[in-house]
Design a protein around this ligand. Sequence first.
Ligand code: ATP
Ligand code: MG
Length: 424
Amino acid sequence: MDLSRSERIYARSEHNISRAHISKNALKVLYKLQDAGYEAYLVGGCVRDLLLGREPKDFDVATSAEPDQVKAVFRNCRLIGRRFRLAHVYFGRELIEVATFRSSGESNEGERVLKDGQLLRDNLYGTLEEDVIRRDFTVNALYYTVKGFSVVDYVNGMEDHKAGLLRMIGDPDKRYREDPVRMLRAVRFAVKLGFDIEEESARLIPELSPLLADIPSARLYDELLKLFLSGYSLQAFEQLRHYRLFEQLFPETDKSLELEEEGFPHVFLARALENTDKRIGEGKPVTPYFLMAALLWEPLRQRIAQKVATGLPDYPAYQEAASELLSVQVKRLAIPKRVTIPMREVWTLQTRFKFRQGARPFRLLSHPRFRAAYDFLLLRTECGEIDPSVADWWTKFQDADEHEQKKMTQARRRQPKKRKPKKT
Ligand code: ATP
Ligand code: MG
């Protein structure tokens, strides 16, 4: 690709990025690197988001300085990463990530390691032009500099940005094969930015989605959380299904969705995701375990039903089904123990809502996972999976005072049979 001909510089008057919206610390990093004689730019999500008038989540810097040279410029700097060596510059709680320009040289030499066309290590340093073409989408490859406060564009990214298009840089087939996670990134940005995926970049995804099987499960889990905790999880789910990516991530859930009975599974998931998005929109915390418990509920429910049908009691049926399902699932997504443990609790606590007498309701109420399990119960109720009287009872029980709670949990005495009045 001859880049020199397509370089386009947007002067300050031709774009809407104002310094007032850029982190002071990020600007400091740009100036310091420049003063030390290096090239330095803001790049990636922050430039893309600033152009949309949105507040960036974080600020990433690309520079001609190599990691050790970056470290020499900043006292508050740590070098991290093996697959991708980076400098982290700290300012109190704010972290600015500084990456050296990387080359996308075609060879297998040096620090760029490919296996079956997949990128395993990428530490071959290069020029700005080379750094541009190893990025994923054109709108993610816009560079902002404090030299004239302009935006440097080698890939027509500004035009695509205006058109709201996610276009893979270079040959999409090759770029997806190089790193199949780019397919998930396409969906994430499409949903988050409200952009369309350019035709060819989109058409290839369902064909290539099985390549996700080769991605380490820990990386997939991280990507998945980004997708589902973006505030647009319902749309993300629908897009993942549309592009046949969902079946790669949640094979059991995907199968269970085909067995949809009376619209139940889809409704349950849709409600759960809608709630998640609403909470994020309101700035409330969302726990990955609740989300994951919801995403796997339908296949779990089907397994439980099979076990109960063979005569196994509720509780062991839940336990066994959860173990089986999770052991399949963690092979795809490395859900950490700190998440699977509370997921199992949310699930198995579902068996305890039916006990509403004596000391048991009090014990359940004081369980650290009660609130999450109760929210889960409400979702199940809303979808018609259980009788509303159960959730109503627990709603009332939580708000009742001690006296009222005691009364609610007292064993109901059998009404003495009324004698039939004697016929006279
Ligand atoms: P976000 O707002 O989610 O942070 P982002 O675009 O900044 O979005 P990052 O994961 O922070 O995404 O990556 C920063 C930049 O690095 C991207 O904009 C892109 O240019 C480049 N990049 C990241 N991951 C890849 C990848 N898998 N392949 C190619 N380029 C990538
Ligand atoms: Mg970013």
